[in-house]
Design a protein. Structure first.
Ligand SMILES: Cc1ncc(COP(=O)(O)O)c(C=O)c1O
Length: 441
């Protein structure tokens, strides 16, 4: 008899952002009139954003160089010239940065970098996760720990800022916590954290000798008059700090699969340095990360047109986000914080608004039967029920907040859609569907 090959911890890997796409696919198979409107995935390309011409020109030039170097493997930790550029780049935001290029590690997408980080933590070491959480972090951390995530609250009544009291209470209650994860600007809430908030988090990390992991993949996407506060500056020389960046969102090139980890303050303590060395070894096992984006990225970010492109991108995201916040904020039963960074929003249902009898009409019999079968499963979250009916009724695909380990019912949407007519139509229909659903029972 063979030993089991299936892993009983697989239930800890949850990715609601994509799971709902399988539901849409099933509806599409039985309902030929079904039109999918994906407001679920943060892929700018899928929502009409074009890679700027100067970026394409840089890529073409590199691809055509004699020797075909970008088709080969790169250094296992990443192209050395690019890693050196990353250290110089860090100084532009935090002039006192002492980041060493030997502690800059490239990965084939930040998703791969996230897996490597959690994988190399010793058994029993936990990383405190925000909730609502970004599922790759929360899932990979909890899968590695073989236990549910330990979470601190982001506060919807305080513009989705971290609840610092809850953060400290969790640290005190769980002595196995070795690090705090901060995602800023935040996915899924669209919040941007103030300098004071970051200072308080760094103080907590100092008080309890913790490492900070700062996912900053959206750090160039900040608007509505806010400024991005640099935790690298605040935490300089104070606590172990791993910063994560990538070019999926701002170039935007999510299919390029390129992200990197920066280990700041490595000389602070020997244990942290050993951990960084362990992650280096883990990255080595992957042979190398995708070569082309690594090689071209300094040229992209240093290109004279990049800043203008980034400003225009942010201005449009600001306009889209504020429009959506107004429409949904005026929908009865909803609590909405506007988006100040990244390109997500998490509207919440006010308490008591949802129940397990509410429905929306689904014309196609087979689609209706499928949805009814799904939502009647035991323990089906109320916001997931709403998202399934919304999908079958309108084709609009949002991700239920419960898919982000959220304690509140709501859903996450992206503010990316560039097509104004479609965007206005989508949010008018979404608002009407919320009203119809919440009144249905
Ligand atoms: C907060 C955050 N971190 C990491 C990632 C992963 O990015 P990548 O495309 O580099 O894997 C995402 C993707 O949506 C994200 O939102």
């Amino acid at each position: 008899m063979r030993n089991k090959i299936s892993n009983s911890d697989v239930g800890l890997l949850r990715y609601g952002i994509r799971e709902i796409v399988d539901v849409a696919q099933k509806i599409g198979e039985v309902d030929k009139d079904f039109t999918f409107i994906g407001e679920n995935i943060g892929d700018p390309i899928a929502k009409g954003w074009m890679v700027p011409k100067f970026v394409k020109e840089i890529i073409v030039e590199e691809v055509q160089k004699p020797g075909d170097a970008v088709f080969g493997y790169s250094h296992s930790r990443g192209n050395p010239a690019t890693r050196k550029w990353v250290t110089e780049y860090a100084k532009r935001f935090s002039p006192s940065s002492k980041l060493d290029y030997e502690y800059v590690l490239f990965a084939s997408g930040l998703g791969a970098g996230i897996s490597a980080l959690y994988h190399m933590l010793p058994a029993g070491a936990r990383v405190l996760q925000p909730t609502p959480s970004y599922p790759t972090h929360a899932s990979m951390e909890s899968f590695n720990a073989k236990a549910d995530p330990i979470i601190y609250k982001l506060d919807p009544d305080n513009g989705w800022q971290p609840d610092l009291g809850d953060m400290e209470a969790q640290i005190v209650a769980h002595p196995d916590i070795v690090a705090i994860l901060v995602i800023n600007p935040n996915n899924p809430t669209g919040a941007v954290y103030s300098k004071e908030t970051l200072e308080s988090i760094v103080k907590l990390a100092e008080k309890y000798s913790l490492m900070i992991i700062s996912d900053e993949v959206y750090f160039r996407m900040v608007y509505n008059g806010l400024e991005y506060a640099q935790i690298t500056e605040i935490a300089q020389g104070r606590v172990p700090l791993v910063v994560m960046r990538g070019l999926s969102k701002d170039v935007p090139w999510p299919g390029g699969r390129c992200g990197w980890l920066e280990f700041h303050n490595v000389d602070l303590d020997a244990d942290y340095k050993e951990y960084a060395e362990a992650v280096k070894k883990r990255v080595l096992m992957e042979v190398c990360s995708v070569t082309l984006p690594q090689v071209v990225l300094p040229k992209i970010y240093d290109h004279p047109e990049f800043e203008a492109w980034n400003r225009a991108y942010n201005a449009e995201l600001e306009k889209n986000g504020n429009y959506i916040a107004e429409v949904l904020g005026n929908t009865p039963g909803m609590k909405v914080n506007r988006t100040n960074g990244a390109f997500y929003m998490m509207p919440l249902f006010n308490e008591g608004v949802l129940n397990d009898k509410q429905t929306l009409p689904v014309k196609n019999d087979a689609a209706r039967a499928y949805i009814e079968g799904e939502v009647s499963k035991p323990g089906f979250p109320l916001d997931k029920r709403f998202a399934y009916y919304l999908l079958a009724n309108t084709g609009i695909c949002v991700v239920p907040a419960s898919g982000f380990f959220s304690p509140y019912y709501g859903f996450r949407l992206t503010t990316l859609d560039r097509d104004e007519v479609r965007r206005k139509d989508t949010y008018a229909r979404l608002s009407a569907a919320i009203t119809e659903y919440t009144k249905s029972a």
